[in-house]
Design a protein around this ligand. Structure first.
Ligand code: NAD
Ligand code: UDP
Length: 325
């Protein structure tokens, strides 16, 4: 039988964190889910409560915590622009102080630790698609900087703990991921468009909708992250995990309308400052080192996501901040 590990998932009640917890619990590990519920709620992990190999702790990663673990998936951080910009100082503290606290824990326990970094560290990229070697084009003083620079600093901390203290690290750069359990009011484009379409509202396109993103379905993402954690110690990343299928935001809106059968109109809203013009991962490294590539098309993933949105009662969700449209 495979080794049973004690695994901490920070941000474990969130969209991606809850799916990682679920997968690790199914694999028989002892899982500790830690979250302050800023952008999530207990219902994401309610089905795991009561299982003998699952534990839930309400805690903020900006504060120290002492646990004994073998592995850490460090996912805690608000991820949607409206919510991470709501309290930007808290956002950068979450990335920087949170990483210091968790890296300290990894060092003390001899645990392996994985950072959920982001394609945002490439900023508004001048290189397309983006390989891991590209150093990015981030505005350090703009409204997205609390997130982008916070994650860049987190990557720096991970590398320095690795070089200086030999902490066993992994860095994953996640590109736009969507799927069931996204917060319906998280303000990200997929959840906004589906919620708007299903509730008979107009679809809000920021700018002219020609900006692009590449959307990865959550099952592909979770598989990539788990492979990275369990891969060879020589390969610490950073590695891009995302789906290279690139779509304009207008194309996404049209697909959501087609798949929901909604009568919604597309309405234009001002483009937020520093909104990246285009984004697509170069995933050659993930293919080569992890034998990983996405298997679920945007159309297929959206069908599953729309089904999930239809199955939930939106009145049970509290918007984390007012910034969701
Ligand atoms: P999410 O908002 O659903 O999850 C983040 C979780 O972290 C939430 O449960 C939130 O309550 C928790 N959290 C926030 N601040 C915290 C703090 N100070 N202490 C403890 N918990 C805290 O978002 P997600 O999409 O699941 O993102 C998870 C991680 O993946 C984030 O680190 C995000 O930056 C990264 N990421 C996600 C995407 C994506 O497209 N989903 C893309 C790039 C990077
Ligand atoms: N977007 C949009 N309408 C919305 C929400 C977002 O047109 O209601 C656009 C946004 O301006 C950006 C893209 O969709 O160009 C992706 O936005 P999201 O917040 O999902 O992620 P990120 O910008 O961080 O990739």
């Amino acid at each position: 039988m495979a080794e049973i590990k004690r695994i901490l998932v920070t941000g474990g009640a969130g969209f991606l964190g809850s799916h990682i917890c679920e997968r690790l619990v199914q694999d028989g590990h002892d899982v500790i889910c830690l979250d302050n519920f800023f952008t999530s709620q207990k219902s994401n992990v309610a089905h795991l409560l009561g299982l003998s190999n699952f534990e839930l702790i309400r805690h903020d990663v900006t504060l120290p915590i002492f646990l004994e673990v073998d592995e850490i998936y460090h996912m805690a951080c608000p991820a949607a622009p409206g919510h991470y910009q709501f309290n930007p100082i808290k956002t950068i503290k979450t990335s920087v102080m949170g990483s210091i606290n968790l890296l300290g824990m990894a060092k003390r326990c001899g645990a392996k630790i994985l950072l959920a970094s982001t394609s945002e560290i490439y900023g508004d990229p001048e290189v397309h698609p983006q390989p891991e070697s590209y150093r990015g084009n981030v505005n350090p003083i703009g409204p997205r900087a609390c997130y982008d620079e916070g994650k860049r600093a987190a990557e720096t901390l991970f590398m320095d703990y690795h070089r200086m203290n030999r902490v066993n690290i992994r860095i994953v750069r996640i590109f736009n991921t969507y799927g069931p359990r996204m917060h319906p009011y998280d303000g990200r484009v997929v959840s906004n468009f589906i919620r708007q379409a299903l509730t008979g509202n107009d679809i809000t396109i920021f700018g002219d909708g020609q900006q692009t993103r590449a959307f990865c379905y959550r099952d592909d993402l979770v598989e990539g992250i788990i492979r990275m954690m369990n891969g060879a110690d020589q390969f610490i990343g950073p590695v891009n995990i995302g789906n290279p299928g690139e779509f304009s935001i207008r194309e996404l809106a049209e697909l959501v309308i087609e798949l929901t059968g909604a009568k919604a109109k597309l309405i234009e809203r001002p483009l937020p400052a520093d909104d990246p013009t285009r984004r697509r991962p170069d995933i050659r490294l993930a293919k080569q080192e992890l034998d990983w590539q996405p298997t679920i098309s945007l159309r297929e993933g959206l069908v599953k996501t729309i089904e999930w949105f239809k199955s939930v009662d939106l009145s049970h969700y509290r918007p984390p901040t007012p910034n969701y449209v």
